[in-house]
Design a protein around this ligand. Structure first.
Ligand SMILES: *[C@@H]1O[C@H](CO)[C@@H](O)[C@H](O)[C@H]1NC(C)=O
Ligand SMILES: *[C@@H]1O[C@H](CO)[C@@H](O)[C@H](O)[C@H]1NC(C)=O
Length: 370
């Protein structure tokens, strides 16, 4: 028995409205209609290309020592055959090292080479680094079966930390579904507790949060008790709080127009009661639609955007601002960014924005106004 035309039309309308939200989100995040508009920089605003920073995904600014820490692949070719976050698992790579960048002189120094990784047996490697030294000593490996697709870490201490599993599926069709379907809220955050730092110390883990779509990057927020979480393909930042029972409570959601990879928090050291530039920074690719084909091409360019958001108490809203945009020639596949303050002059709040990209030949620094 056939359906009546009215019923067919009704079903069609229902299907369209069911898919309209997800489809418009995918159209936005994919950047299919976006024309990259590279930010024009004036004299003295960079970009400064930081030497010896090949394919660094994440970056952190350790304020007490004013140093940047990043983990890099170091070789232009290896990432294209081994990079589990993109599903590249053809040839396990044993490369990569930690780098320390001095933002005052914009130079990078290696701080030791992490050990190799095992295919599909993810583990966390713990290192000890003494500020100012050029080595990082391997302390121990931390393995737990709940940590399956680790992407980022939020450490409370060397023995207690949170890890994101950015996907539920490592590969195959379901992985594609997971990347495209907003209801595929199958990623998780695991809390890991280690008894002690000796190799015999027992490892315990529990699920701290589930129900987010592609939770990816983690960062420290405004206080010791605040965690920021990004949904990369979801284009959202979550302000949250780890609880004493090792679960995570989401307190606020801040939406962005593009992929939001690893988040960071900037505390404005020059803030006054009525002028506080403290805020969150997220970086991500702006034309995700080209990533599947570009991801295996050493010489492709991938456009990116870096966004900044701060809370405006008067209006109660998170004001968003595009800090930097590129077509992929200066920075490719931006995946993290941090702000390093510049002493204010003439009432302007300026900062150096350091941007890394997981398939970029360099980390760059550009001057921005907040
Ligand atoms: C570390 O913890 C393990 C149990 O998880 C214990 O057997 C070992 O003695 C501890 N080592 C130290 C140095 O405390
Ligand atoms: C953990 O604590 C929070 C409150 O801090 C509570 O809402 C939640 O239900 C607790 N979860 C578990 C699994 O005990």
């Amino acid at each position: 028995m056939g359906l009546s035309p009215t019923l067919k039309l009704g079903l069609f309308a229902a299907l369209v409205s069911y898919l309209a939200g997800p489809v418009s989100h995918i159209v936005r995040i994919s950047g299919v209609f976006l024309t990259p508009n590279p930010t024009v920089l004036g004299e003295g605003q960079g970009p400064i290309y930081i030497a010896d920073t090949v394919h660094c995904e994440d970056v952190h600014h350790y304020r007490p020592a004013n140093l940047l820490f990043t983990a890099c692949e170091d070789h232009k070719s290896t990432r294209f055959s081994w990079f589990p976050p993109l599903g590249h698992m053809a040839q396990p790579s044993t490369r990569g090292s930690l780098h320390v960048v001095d933002p005052k002189v914009c130079s990078s120094a290696p701080a030791g080479e992490p050990e190799g990784v095992h295919k599909a047996r993810s583990q966390i490697e713990l290192f000890h680094h003494v500020l100012g030294s050029s080595t990082a000593q391997h302390v121990r490996s931390v393995y737990h079966p709940l940590v399956e697709t680790p992407n980022d870490v939020y450490a409370e201490s060397p023995v207690s930390f949170y890890v994101t599993n950015d996907h539920f599926y490592r590969d195959g069709v379901m992985r594609v579904v997971e990347d495209l379907w907003p209801s595929a809220k199958w990623s998780s955050i695991i809390h890991v507790q280690v008894d002690n730092l000796s190799k015999e110390g027992n490892v315990d883990a529990s699920v701290a949060l589930t129900g987010l779509w592609n939770n990816n990057g983690l960062g420290h927020g405004r206080t010791d008790k605040e965690m920021i979480i990004s949904s990369a393909v979801g284009g959202e930042l979550y302000v949250s709080a780890p609880q004493s029972n090792r679960t995570i409570e989401i307190q606020e959601t801040i939406p962005f127009e593009t992929v939001t990879d690893n988040p960071s928090y900037y505390a404005d050291p020059y803030r006054t009661d009525d002028d506080d530039a403290s805020g969150f920074v997220v970086a991500g690719i702006s034309q995700a639609i080209y990533l599947p084909t570009n991801a295996k091409n050493q010489d492709a360019t991938d456009a990116s955007q870096v966004w900044y958001t701060r809370f405006i108490p008067d209006t109660g809203v998170w004001e968003r601002k595009l800090l930097f945009e590129d077509d992929g020639l200066r920075i490719r596949t931006a995946s993290a960014a941090v702000l390093v303050p510049i002493e204010p002059k003439g009432g302007k709040k300026l900062a150096w924005l350091f941007v890394t990209g997981f398939m970029s030949e360099h980390m760059i620094a550009v001057q921005v106004e907040l």
